[in-house]
Ligand binder design. Structure first.
Ligand code: AMP
Ligand code: MG
Length: 502
């Protein structure tokens, strides 16, 4: 008998009761698939704050709970399931993808009253693994674990991360690495690709029950309405537009914006070769597997729009029985995207500049600032953070921010206009600085910081994971002892390559 088979529940483990609501949709959406145990699982990090919120803090220290987080024991009362989906990957339709290494292990109502689903990533093969091993390596698991919480702390909708478990089990990628499992937590994990799967398979009768599940669980305000699909899709399209604006505002590049990585709840989902930009380059490509730059920084809003058009295509049968009318309704829904994006983006940029009002001339002001950063490869986060030091009541050169800038003549001219704009709304410098420091993060999860934590973990030490976890949980606060984590990467670490390999 192996170590995991021998392990049974300590009576003290008192987990929250589970419900089977997504699972109740049945096998054609998500068949039951057991997880595959990992040898010697070790809890490398645990998100205590999230566990408290959900109501799992009391069980966290117990060995049986670690076993559950590793996929070595099932959650009492819930048989794990893995869902099938499809998706447009780099623009081409792939008819069948699915949770190739993900298992939903519990659906529960948290102590916070919210609905939570817990999903293990890396828990072994499923019917949707397509010849791959069903595992995730420690490297990419650390990246996902930290990014989820970094984005959450920035106020950006995202799936969360509850735990990170490591195992000495070998996993073969370009080199031999070791396995890890992240437990992700979210209200739900339904993707655009779930709808695409049934649409392109011509199993249109499967679309309604899935949409009704999503609406019933996550958009109850629309449930029961005759126009509920239209209302829900409009909401998804608007949420996606706002999400893209939020990514742009912090210099976040997702890296793999395939429709199977887009959430129908408007959450950031599937952290692979993502990156928070250091030096600003409007055309920055963070994923080294993305040769054509399809998912470059400045294309993200457009790709978000295209992905929404794919979701609407896949849900046409829900909108009307008459194809022409369905297309007309879908086009009407899609029209919500550009204004929702522009409204959100304008609001975020003006907030980043510390403006209280929005005026006609503001887009020009922000675009000029961005182009100064772009042309001089200035650090994106540092430049915005330091902008709060520009004073409107004096023409003294702004300390700090000038150090980030290459073209000082252009910047000084811009600063003159910025000061005039601030005076035009009678801006108070101290108040403005406080507002700006609450939206321009001091600390973002820069690639070279995560890389250091990964390399340390690969050597058997996990302290840096915790250091970064705490750091990015307070991105807007000055943390004087952490000053070096706000610096741009050293030249040797500027070009860390991240790819789809995970
Ligand atoms: P991703 O690029 O991580 O979004 O993955 C694309 C698809 O490949 C998803 O359906 C994944 O579940 C699947 N996949 C990726 N890596 C693996 C793996 N190691 N084992 C099984 N399936 C995988
Ligand atoms: Mg994915």
């Amino acid at each position: 008998m192996s170590a995991f088979e021998a392990m049974t529940f300590a009576p003290a483990v008192d987990l929250l009761p589970v419900t089977r609501r997504y699972a109740a949709l049945g096998d054609s959406y998500a068949p039951q698939v057991p997880t595959t145990p990992l040898p010697e699982p070790r809890l490398l990090h645990f998100n205590t704050a999230l566990a408290q919120q959900i109501g799992l803090d009391a069980v966290a220290g117990q060995a049986a709970f670690t076993a559950i987080m590793a996929g070595n024991l099932p959650w009492p009362g819930y048989a794990p399931i893995s869902s099938v989906y499809a998706g447009h990957q780099f623009g081409s339709f792939v008819p069948q993808l699915g949770d190739g290494r993900a298992h939903l292990i519990a659906e529960l109502q948290g102590r916070d009253g919210a609905r939570w689903e817990l999903q293990l990533k890396g828990g072994g093969q499923t019917p949707w693994s397509r010849f791959a091993d069903g595992r995730a390596v420690l490297r990419s698991s650390i990246r996902e674990y930290l990014a989820s919480e970094a984005m959450h702390a920035l106020g950006i909708p995202t799936t969360r991360a509850l735990s990170l478990v490591g195992s000495p089990q070998d996993v073969v990628r370009e080199t031999i690495e070791t396995a890890a499992v992240v437990c992700r937590a979210a209200p739900g994990f339904v993707r655009f690709g779930h709808f695409e799967y049934f649409y392109y398979q011509d199993r249109h009768d499967k679309l309604g029950p899935l949409a009704d599940h999503v609406i019933g669980e996550h958009f109850p305000q629309f449930a029961g309405r005759a126009d509920r699909y239209q209302a829900w899709l409009t909401e998804v399209i608007e949420r996606t537009a706002r999400l893209m604006a939020q990514w742009q505002a912090v210099g976040f590049c997702h890296g793999v914006m395939n429709t199977d990585n887009f959430s129908v709840l408007g959450l950031t989902l599937d952290y692979g070769p993502y990156g928070f930009m250091d030096a600003f380059d409007a055309h920055h490509i963070c994923n080294h597997s993305d040769e054509g730059g399809r998912y470059a920084y400045d294309r993200q809003p457009q790709i978000g729009h295209w992905n929404c058009s794919r979701l609407l295509q896949a849900t046409l049968p829900l909108l009307s029985e008459q194809p022409e009318q369905a297309v007309e309704i879908a086009n009407g829904i899609l029209e919500h995207y550009p204004p929702a994006y522009t409204r959100a983006m304008t609001g975020l940029w003006t907030a980043k500049l510390g403006l209280r009002e929005t005026r006609e001339e503001d887009p020009e002001l922000i675009n000029r600032f961005l182009s100064i950063l772009h042309l001089g490869h200035s650090d994106f986060s540092r430049s915005f953070r330091h902008l709060s030091r520009v004073r409107s009541d004096t023409d003294e050169p702004a300390h700090g921010v000038r150090d980030e800038i290459a073209d000082l003549a252009a910047f000084d001219a811009w600063t003159g206009d910025y000061r005039a704009r601030l005076r035009a709304e009678s801006s108070n410098d101290a108040e403005r600085a406080a507002r700006m420091n609450a939206v321009n993060p001091k600390y973002v999860l820069r690639n070279h910081l995560v890389q250091a934590a990964i390399e340390q973990a690969q050597g058997g030490s996990y302290g840096e994971i915790d250091t970064l976890f705490k750091l990015v949980n307070r991105p807007f606060e000055e943390q004087p002892e952490m000053e070096r984590y706000a610096e741009e990467p050293p030249p040797s670490a500027k070009h860390i390559e991240v790819s789809c390999s995970s």
